[in-house]
Design a protein around this ligand. Structure first.
Ligand SMILES: NC(=O)c1ccc[n+]([C@@H]2O[C@H](COP(=O)([O-])OP(=O)(O)OC[C@H]3O[C@@H](n4cnc5c(N)ncnc54)[C@H](OP(=O)(O)O)[C@@H]3O)[C@@H](O)[C@H]2O)c1
Length: 318
């Protein structure tokens, strides 16, 4: 099969198309013919091998796994011996972050506990846009307990991959949503349902005396003191984004019980919940750009710039 591989850490040009062996599904896996993948920040972080401490798990000198890609949608081609919930031909979507990546390929073996039937109303490209970002939004918003109707929620980075889902999920829960984005994206975030919009290029989103019951920081560019300063009495903040090791350590060491760093782990259960919300019309992936498989390095480079308007997807094969 064809796959994009990388044999050393580096920029998106390091990725090259190669002919590799088709994986064989283990007992608890399905072999999926990949029809679409989405690009996530995790892909360029891991491609670069940054932050450097991550190489302890990724591979010290060179990458241990050569195929990136965490989010995929496609069709089941074969099932492992223990698999009962899927059969050949099923249309599925899945996330491979906790399972060695491998989605930027024509086929991939996927553990069934990170896969679900694809929402029927979505194309494969739209479905591939969902797992990583929407699950992170779901788990970030829910980290301190389920959102309650009427709660005031601030979402920093509201038009990125995670933020575009977070706005819709918070609205679906009945929250009053304030979305932080930049000037070109104000209309987009309103169209996602935000009640209030703050332009971070002209306003200090965490200043001005505004207070929130929940803050979801999908960017990770604010200090613990700034986040706490925006919380109403009893308020809680969750940080899913990452901009520097200093910020990451700050939240992890000084966040206390009110400000938490959240690492998302996709589960089949959360994918099934997202499918329900999608089929109910509460959530819809927003696609910024579509790329052909051969253009994958350009897609990764675009996401690495950090200003994608929601999701970037790749059609496989072209
Ligand atoms: N913890 C986890 O499990 C997890 C899961 C997924 C992602 N992440 C991390 O979360 C981060 C965001 O992921 P993503 O997929 O949403 O990224 P993305 O699609 O690249 O979006 C980044 C967003 O950040 C916004 N932004 C940039 N500078 C900003 C600023 N100064 N203030 C407010 N917003 C700003 C951008 O908006 P403009 O275009 O308007 O500037 C853009 O919408 C990445 O660091 C990623 O590694 C973590």
């Amino acid at each position: 099969m064809k796959a994009f591989i990388y044999e050393r850490y580096g920029p998106p040009e390091t990725l090259r198309m190669a002919e590799v062996d088709t994986p064989a599904p283990a007992a608890d896996e399905v072999l999926v013919k990949v029809l679409a993948a989405s690009v996530n920040a995790a892909d360029w972080h891991v491609l670069r091998g940054k932050p450097l401490f991550s190489r302890a798990t990724l591979g010290l000198l060179r990458p241990r796994h050569q195929i990136l890609g965490v989010d995929i949608a496609g069709q089941v081609e074969a099932v492992g011996s223990d698999v009962t919930q899927f059969t050949d031909g099923d249309e599925v979507y899945a996330n491979l972050l906790d399972h060695g990546y491998g989605g930027f390929a024509e086929q991939v073996a996927v553990p069934v506990d990170v896969a679900s039937l694809k929402p029927a109303s979505l194309s494969f490209e739209e479905a591939a846009a969902v797992p990583m970002s929407a699950t992170t939004a779901l788990q970030g918003l829910g980290h301190h307990g389920a959102l309650q109707p009427g709660q005031r929620v601030l979402i920093n980075g509201a038009t990125g991959g995670v933020g575009s889902f977070a706005v819709q999920l918070a609205k679906a829960a009945g929250a009053e949503v304030t979305a932080v984005t930049s000037t070109p994206n104000l209309e987009l975030v309103r169209s996602l349902g935000a009640d209030h919009v703050l332009d971070y290029t002209t306003t200090d989103a965490l200043g001005g005396g505004r207070r929130y019951d929940r803050v979801l920081d999908t960017v990770g560019n604010r200090s613990v003191a700034e986040l706490k300063g925006a919380l109403a009495e009893g308020g809680k903040a969750a940080v899913t984004g990452f901009t520097s090791v200093r910020r990451l350590l700050g939240v992890s060491l000084r966040g206390g019980k009110d400000v938490a760093q959240v690492q998302a782990h996709v589960t089949a259960k959360d994918l099934e919940l997202l499918s329900e919300l999608i089929e109910a019309g509460d959530v819809r992936p927003q696609i910024d750009r579509r790329y052909r498989f051969a253009e994958l390095p350009a897609a990764v480079a675009y996401v690495e710039q950090g200003h994608a308007r929601a999701k970037v997807v790749v059609a496989i094969p072209d």
